[in-house]
Design a protein around this ligand. Structure first.
Ligand code: HAM
Length: 420
């Protein structure tokens, strides 16, 4: 049996890398005032159809959707924004008129063609701010994404920024785009020909060569923003400038999910190649309403943790795990093992990492194992020690050995460790 295509195990030897990334992220979240939310991995399919949009690739091609035994259509979450907004509504968080800042870390599922940096089960860290309409919130969210990368030491990232307008100005732009591409229909790929009347903005970020060529000279959204959207976009840029955060205005950045309005952004790490977006996000002022709640502004982003890990490894930025001080108990004979077993629990109770043999090794084999585990102390209990009521405690660093009564061993090692 093998893991399903596009899914992967994170083995015990690798988990420290994830702990490290998540530790840095959680630390930054705490400083920016975000609280964690954990939503179910499975939701009603309709949530994503309405939230993400039923003409998007994610909804039409990539969702893991099935009918459960109660005949309901359910879907493994392809992203967490729609679920976070559902939870916000279900628990009437809007009732207190406050800004809610939430973050999440977890698995997402998209049925796409797996390749380096693209998986069917992948992990995101993401955050959502609900109830804040000020462009200051947009800038704060982008600054926070940059701070996470900064804390991790990651360099050579590109921040791409755009405004995709709102329901007032986007329709006119959409019309212009359709007019522009109608004359070039035969140059577009099958997907884009289908998108032309449903979701023409997506043609702009199609990676197909023909579509790229066809979109040269296409009208740019930034020329069609209404005064309000233009003003907001200028404000976001101004706040980013004030923090010295550099960005490229990219009028082709349209993002793949339908809920976005105004600010859209991506942070890319070009050496990752085709899957270079490590972070994507934007504002979604219509989403809460779309899902059935009161009109509420929202903004957020998500970082793909597999891609972040690839980037950190490319720049050699993951610190090696700290070697843990540990104790090994080498015991031979049933009574000695029973005595060692008790001492092991005492040591663990004092917070000291302790192991003993579970495979019936000889005393020599156990000593070897103690060395392999880089134990700082080895407690040796054989028949002689049982008679004396004291074990030989060997300091593996200095090679010195001392007899210590069974009852005092845990205390003795705790003191030695404390002093070392
Ligand atoms: P997204 O751009 O679809 O946005 O995904 C965000 C990030 O997740 C991407 O930039 C990428 O790093 C990672 N990602 C996406 N798909 C895959 C995949 N198949 N394999 C590996 N990594 C992947 C969202 O999901 C939005 N919910 C972000 C957001 C939050 N917008 C507002 N709030």
């Amino acid at each position: 049996m093998q893991a399903l295509k596009g899914t992967h195990d994170i083995l015990p030897e690798e988990v420290y890398k994830w702990d490290y990334m998540e530790g840095v992220i959680r630390d930054v979240c705490a400083r920016y005032g975000y609280k964690e939310i954990r939503t179910p991995i499975i939701e009603a399919t309709e949530l994503f159809q309405r939230g993400i949009g039923d003409t998007t690739d994610v909804v039409t091609k990539e969702m893991y959707t099935f009918t459960d035994r109660g005949n309901r259509s359910v879907t493994l979450r392809p992203e967490n924004t729609a679920s976070a907004v559902r939870a916000y509504l279900e628990h009437k968080m809007y009732g207190d008129q406050q800004v809610h800042k939430m973050f999440y870390i977890g698995s997402m599922f998209r049925y796409d063609r797996p390749q380096a940096g693209r998986y069917r089960e992948f992990h995101q860290f993401g955050l959502e701010v609900l109830g804040a309409s000020s462009p200051l919130a947009d800038a704060e969210v982008i600054a926070m994404a940059c701070e996470i990368f900064h804390k991790l030491g990651l360099k050579d990232l590109d921040l791409h920024l755009n405004s995709i307008g709102d329901k007032n100005c986007r329709p006119a732009y959409r019309k212009k785009l359709i007019e522009f591409f109608e004359g070039k229909k035969d140059q577009l790929c099958d997907d884009c020909r289908e998108r032309l009347y449903k979701n023409p903005l997506r043609i702009l970020d199609c990676k197909e060569e023909g579509c790229r060529r066809a979109s040269v000279g296409a009208p740019e959204i930034t020329d069609y923003l209404c005064d309000e959207c233009h003003r907001k976009f200028e404000a976001v840029k101004h706040y980013l400038d004030s923090l010295g955060i550099s960005y490229t205005v990219d009028p082709r950045l349209v993002r793949g999910l339908d809920y976005y309005t105004n600010t859209a952004f991506e942070i890319q790490y070009p050496p990752l190649g085709a899957q270079s977006a490590v972070c994507g996000g934007g504002r979604y002022d219509g989403l809460v309403e779309e899902i059935g709640g009161p009109s509420t502004p929202g903004i957020g982003f998500a970082i793909g943790l597999e891609r972040l890990l690839l980037a950190l490894e490319m720049q050699n930025l993951i610190p090696a795990p700290k070697a843990q001080k540990r104790v090994y108990i080498a015991a031979l004979g049933e009574d000695a093992v029973a005595e060692g077993f008790k001492i092991q629990e005492e040591l663990r109770g004092l917070g000291i990492v302790t192991d003993m043999d579970l495979q019936g090794r000889s005393l020599k084999g156990q000593m070897k194992q103690a060395g392999k585990l880089a134990s700082q102390f080895t407690v040796i209990i054989g028949s002689n020690e049982l008679e004396k009521g004291a074990a030989a405690v060997k300091n593996m660093d200095t090679g010195t050995q001392q007899d210590i009564p069974f009852a005092d061993i845990a205390g003795y090692i705790a003191k030695e460790e404390h002093n070392s």
